[in-house]
Design a protein around this ligand. Structure first.
Ligand SMILES: *[C@@H]1O[C@H](CO)[C@@H](O)[C@H](O)[C@H]1NC(C)=O
Ligand SMILES: *[C@@H]1O[C@H](CO)[C@@H](O)[C@H](O)[C@H]1NC(C)=O
Ligand SMILES: *[C@@H]1O[C@H](CO)[C@@H](O)[C@H](O)[C@H]1NC(C)=O
Ligand SMILES: *[C@@H]1O[C@H](CO)[C@@H](O)[C@H](O)[C@H]1NC(C)=O
Ligand SMILES: *[C@@H]1O[C@H](CO)[C@@H](O)[C@H](O)[C@H]1NC(C)=O
Ligand SMILES: *[C@@H]1O[C@H](CO)[C@@H](O)[C@H](O)[C@H]1NC(C)=O
Ligand SMILES: *[C@@H]1O[C@H](CO)[C@@H](O)[C@H](O)[C@H]1NC(C)=O
Ligand SMILES: *[C@@H]1O[C@H](CO)[C@@H](O)[C@H](O)[C@H]1NC(C)=O
Length: 480
């Protein structure tokens, strides 16, 4: 909280430089909600002073524009309220509009409905206002406008293509109170963007990419299906909440606020998922992932996907240092590999009670005392199992299982328990081709628990491992 306030305060000279702070910021916008309103409360004195400088344009952009620039903004009444494509004048259907000045933009005010794309670049002004424009059939893009502080699209309800904002280093707020339909949002490198008011709520959208902004919340997009959702490097983004049920291409969440929570309670199906740096997650209805699913460097304590049945690609759970409670009670098949690596608090891998086959390799690495896959019958790739504990029992991995041979087919098993390394090679029938056991006592072995910087500390750590071993519970590995 402190940190983000400070960081935003640092940005204040930009944020409050010019026509910026809207009274509307005091209301919680429906879709994207930012720190600005909260900042207003916490920095009241600054705001009070700055508000005197706030231009009247912000409070009611359209009418003020009209009153202040009345002559420029005469609307061509023959066009107003006439939405049929055939009536769109040639001027409003030029296909591609390159805009680089306020004057050029204002020429478009005569169009309620633009057939084509509007590309604004090399724009020197501090405010972009699209006036009476209601629909743009193509894209709306803004780039290379380093003085731009605010974007107002007061009447814009629909963008047929991409709403693209790129590298706008002074942009602090976006007001789009009427916007309800857009094909894609692609907002990248808007480092001080802290307010995006989408009061109407987006009911139609296919893809959302929001990267490197100062937004604090992304929620309320009222859509069942998305192609992609990619939220990354938004350093104040704390709350991500959406009722989406399926994501056809990719869900990516990474490098947002370190307290970020991600709530997707209705999500049932996604093609590919990457979740990083999240402090709490809800995927309680997730049933199926077609490609990969990875959870990396998260702070969450609990990861529960009680309904997940299958992952088509690789399931990775890596370096989640607070993770303790893991639940995958329904998963029976993983098409790719399974990686459970360097999760400091996980000592027992016993949370796959139904998992019967793994299409790729299996890699388990960490402070493991137990790895219990009671239903696992087939691992098509190789296996690397490594525990810091000497007491970890490799024999169940390295010996075949009675008549059926090893569950690891056509691959190689390396199992390291403490300082002993077992290597086995199998053919595709699970029969042993060769095997070796070596001591790795003097090599540079490291683990979550022990990191060695020199030989002396390595020796101490080896003693520590042995003491641990002495008190460690009996390792349990069981397939049946
Ligand atoms: C208003 O639009 C009509 C139809 O496009 C056009 O013929 C007319 O010249 C326009 N009037 C003005 C004042 O721009
Ligand atoms: C960005 O705008 C500046 C001036 O406004 C111009 O000199 C520069 O060439 C533009 N850069 C790009 C990549 O369009
Ligand atoms: C999700 O749906 C529930 C119930 O319909 C609603 O209360 C909640 O506000 C919705 N959440 C979001 C983020 O839209
Ligand atoms: C996830 O969210 C749903 C709906 O809000 C709730 O019922 C459920 O308890 C949550 N699950 C977890 C693990 O927080
Ligand atoms: C799924 O996401 C991962 C991680 O971003 C990526 O490496 C992989 O190529 C993606 N797979 C597909 C099929 O898009
Ligand atoms: C292994 O897991 C199964 C199912 O979760 C359980 O019934 C069994 O007791 C576990 N075995 C050990 C040795 O922990
Ligand atoms: C151990 O690590 C040191 C420094 O990282 C390296 O110089 C040395 O070759 C390593 N020894 C072995 C046996 O890998
Ligand atoms: C796991 O930790 C070890 C030791 O710190 C490190 O060498 C390895 O790269 C880590 N693996 C992954 C996948 O993060």
């Amino acid at each position: 909280m402190k940190l983000s306030t400070l960081a935003l305060l640092a940005a204040l000279p930009h944020i409050y430089n010019g026509a910026m702070v809207s009274e509307n910021n005091h209301q919680a916008p429906k879709v994207l909600f930012s720190k600005a309103s909260y900042l207003n409360r916490y920095n009241h004195d600054i705001i009070a002073e700055e508000q005197n400088k706030v231009s009247y344009r912000d409070e009611n952009p359209k009418s003020n524009l009209l009153s202040s620039n009345g002559d420029k903004l005469q609307l061509n009444t023959s066009e107003i309220n006439n939405n049929t494509p055939s009536a769109v004048s040639a001027q409003c259907s030029q296909g591609n509009y390159q805009v680089s000045s306020t004057a050029e933009l204002e020429q478009l005010y005569q169009c309620d409905n633009i057939v084509g794309s509007v590309h604004i670049s090399n724009y020197k002004g501090s405010v972009i206002d699209t006036g009476s424009i209601q629909t743009i059939s193509g894209d709306l893009s803004v780039s290379n406008a380093s003085s731009l502080v605010k974007i107002n699209v007061p009447n814009l309800a629909s963008i047929g293509g991409t709403f693209s904002l790129k590298e706008l280093t002074s942009l602090a707020s976006i007001s789009a109170p009427s916007l309800n339909s857009v094909d894609s949002i692609n907002w990248k490198v808007l480092p001080i963007l802290s307010t995006a008011t989408l009061d109407k709520g987006i009911k139609q959208i296919r893809s959302i990419t929001i990267s490197d902004t100062s937004l604090t919340r992304v929620s309320g997009f009222d859509v069942a299906t998305l192609n992609t959702l990619n939220l990354n490097n938004n350093r104040f983004l704390d709350i991500i909440s959406m009722n989406v049920t399926s994501i056809k291409e990719k869900l990516t969440i990474s490098a947002n606020s370190k307290n970020a929570i991600a709530l997707f309670p209705e999500l049932k199906w996604a093609n590919n998922i990457t979740i990083r740096d999240i402090s709490s997650i809800n995927l309680s209805n997730m049933e199926k992932v077609d490609e990969s699913m990875e959870f990396i460097s998260n702070n969450f304590k609990s990861l529960k996907l009680p309904k997940l049945e299958s992952v088509g690609g690789t399931l990775s759970i890596i370096e989640n240092h607070n993770l303790k409670e893991v639940e995958f009670n329904n998963i029976d098949e993983i098409g790719g590999g399974l990686m459970i690596v360097n999760n400091t608090m996980i000592e027992s891998v016993n949370f796959f009670p139904k998992l019967s086959s793994i299409g790729g390799a299996i890699e388990l690495l960490g402070s493991l005392k137990e790895a219990n896959f009671s239903k696992l019958r087939l691992v098509k790739g190789s296996a690397i199992i490594q525990s810091v504990y000497e007491s970890f029992d490799c024999s169940l991995w390295t010996k075949g299982l009675g008549d059926s041979g090893s569950i690891v087919r056509g691959g190689k098993i390396t199992c390291i328990s403490g300082s002993m390394k077992h290597d086995m090679n199998y053919n595709e029938n699970g029969e042993i081709l060769d095997e070796s056991i070596t001591s790795i006592e003097n090599s540079n072995k490291s683990s979550n628990r022990f990191r060695f910087s020199n030989d002396a500390s390595a020796a101490k750590a080896n003693i520590a491992i042995k003491i641990f071993t002495a008190i460690a519970m009996t390792a349990l590995i069981q397939y049946l």
